[in-house]
Design a protein around this ligand. Structure first.
Ligand code: NAP
Length: 475
């Protein structure tokens, strides 16, 4: 743990093990800080806040840019730690580290553009002067699936805004968080500005984050169930809240789309991170006129994927995070098949040879998925492409919106009018139109409905960490 500029330990009996999901082996034991460490870290952040908020955005940008440079210098080192504890192929981990560093550079600059306003008044003797100021101490909770970029997407804007931070990373991926905090330490952030608490029991830390009066804001990325619970508690204490939660992305392929191009795109985005992404397509709506061609391309490409330890050359798909994740995917596939879905490829756990030690599920394509199936409603978070054939382009908007989630959606069409109508009608926060990567540090990321509150990245992201103050001046 990193508290008030020092690396802190905990009693040996309260340590927890970090496991490699590809081999099942123990990588390291770490201190379990619990509520007490969270309290110390919050106190350190509260003490550091007045001096940090008093720095100029130009000074804060220098710290952030030093961290950005260090992160890129250590890109491979960080990626190796990430792959070992999280599982994604090393190349994908390198890409994630680069994406993570983008948030530091973006918000270093964005901090300089937190403009106020002067508003004319109806009274001749009055001026309104609007100022944005940092909210205060930020408590951040991040998930294991993108263990470095989810940290910088929160800490970049919070630090640029002038807030101090306490982070609790996911239990499965604390080693990447530790390496990231070494970057912050080496970038020279003053003691108490960034603090890290590791734990295997998130409950008590969550209680502290939502109850401690020194915390001004909670920022959370993870499941909808935990996000709702924490947001409820934080709201009870009038803390500011942002939540990036689960998704159930529709991927719509209209009759006029190029089915081969769409299938190639789907394969790339669906199996990214073994399907463990909040923006992963979960319902793939394909017009029946082009279904055969779409499925042929998709199945061919998916069947050619190579599962294994992400550290090895040529591996294109890694393990799932743990056995419970494999069991969930297995259950969704079993349920879908029992209700009439057809397995085009994959469909089962992978246990051959070394794969048996880890948590592997074969990359899978299911056809004829329908609304009664679990996979049609529940987030899969695994390597299963669930294809839902449809007959009429006019029906697909309602089908796509028929979910409590509203994070990402994808449209494939060569008809601009149809694509634009869908873009405007879809109740989702992030939409790719003939595009599988509608995310960047420069673009707002976040969801509607049960997928969350607030936006990260972009010029909006920094406002999640700012209060608005107005002054009425009589002159
Ligand atoms: P999760 O179980 O909600 O965990 C997320 C984080 O919350 C972890 O750090 C976890 O700690 C912590 N946590 C769990 N219970 C808690 C409690 N009672 N109090 C305080 N903290 C608690 O979600 P996950 O399974 O790790 O992540 C997958 C989910 O995240 C998916 O639904 C995915 O869609 C979503 N996600 C969303 C985005 C987005 O930007 N919208 C991005 C990535 C992931 P432990 O690790 O110790 O359990």
């Amino acid at each position: 743990m990193y508290i008030n500029g020092n690396w802190a330990s905990a009693p040996a009996e309260s340590e927890f093990e970090v496991l490699n999901p590809a081999t099942g082996g123990v990588i390291k034991s770490l201190p379990d800080g619990g509520a007490e460490a969270a309290r110390s870290a919050i106190a350190a952040a509260a003490e550091a806040f007045p001096a940090w908020r008093a720095t100029t955005p130009y000074q804060r940008a220098e710290f952030l840019m030093r961290a950005h440079t260090l992160m890129l210098e250590r890109q491979e080192e960080l990626a190796r730690v990430l792959t070992e504890e999280q599982g994604k192929p090393l190349r994908a981990a390198m890409t994630e580290v680069k994406y993570a560093s983008d948030f530091l550079a973006w918000f270093a600059e964005e901090g300089k553009r937190v403009y106020g306003e002067i508003i004319p008044s109806a009274r001749a003797d009055q001026r309104f002067y609007v100022l944005h100021q940092p909210v205060g101490v930020v408590a951040a909770i991040t998930p294991w699936n993108y263990p470095i970029s989810m940290i910088t997407r929160k800490l970049g804007p919070a630090l640029a805004a002038g807030c101090t931070v306490v982070l609790k990373p996911a239990e499965a991926t604390p080693l990447t968080a530790i390496e990231t905090f070494k970057v912050f330490e080496d970038a020279g952030f003053p003691p108490g500005v960034v603090n890290l608490v590791t734990t295997a029991e998130p409950g008590p830390v969550g209680e502290e984050f939502t109850a401690n009066p020194s915390v001004a804001k909670l920022t959370f990325t993870g499941s909808t169930a935990v996000g709702k619970m924490l947001a409820g508690k934080a709201a009870g204490n009038m803390k500011r809240v942002s939540c990036e939660l689960g998704g159930h992305a529709p991927f719509i392929v209209l009759a006029d789309a190029d089915p081969v191009h769409a299938a190639k795109g789907l394969q790339l985005v669906k199996f990214l991170n073994t399907g463990q992404a909040c923006i992963s397509p979960n319902r793939i709506f394909v017009h029946r006129d082009i279904l055969d061609s779409f499925l042929e391309t998709l199945t061919g490409r998916v069947a050619a994927m190579k599962a294994g330890n992400g550290m090895e050359q040529g591996i294109t798909i890694g393990p799932l995070v743990n056995d419970a994740a494999v069991a969930k995917v297995e259950n969704q596939v079993r349920d879908a098949v029992a209700k009439g879905a057809k397995v085009m490829c994959g469909g089962e756990r992978l246990t051959d040879g070394a794969l048996g030690q880890g948590h592997f599920f074969a990359p899978t394509v299911l056809n004829n998925v329908s609304p009664e199936m679990l996979i049609y409603r529940e987030e899969t978070f695994g390597p299963v492409a669930a294809v839902v054939p449809f007959d009429n382009d006019d029906d697909v908007l309602a089908m796509a919106n028929d979910t409590n989630y509203g994070l990402a959606a994808y449209i494939y069409s060569q008809n601009l009018t149809k694509a634009m109508r869908l873009f405007e009608g879809l109740e989702f926060g992030i939409i790719g139109v003939n595009d599988i990567n509608p995310a960047s540090a420069a673009a707002p990321f976040g969801g509607m409905k049960d997928s969350g509150l607030g936006r990260e990245g972009s010029r909006e992201g920094i406002h999640e960490y700012l209060e608005t103050k107005v002054g009425g001046f009589s002159i």
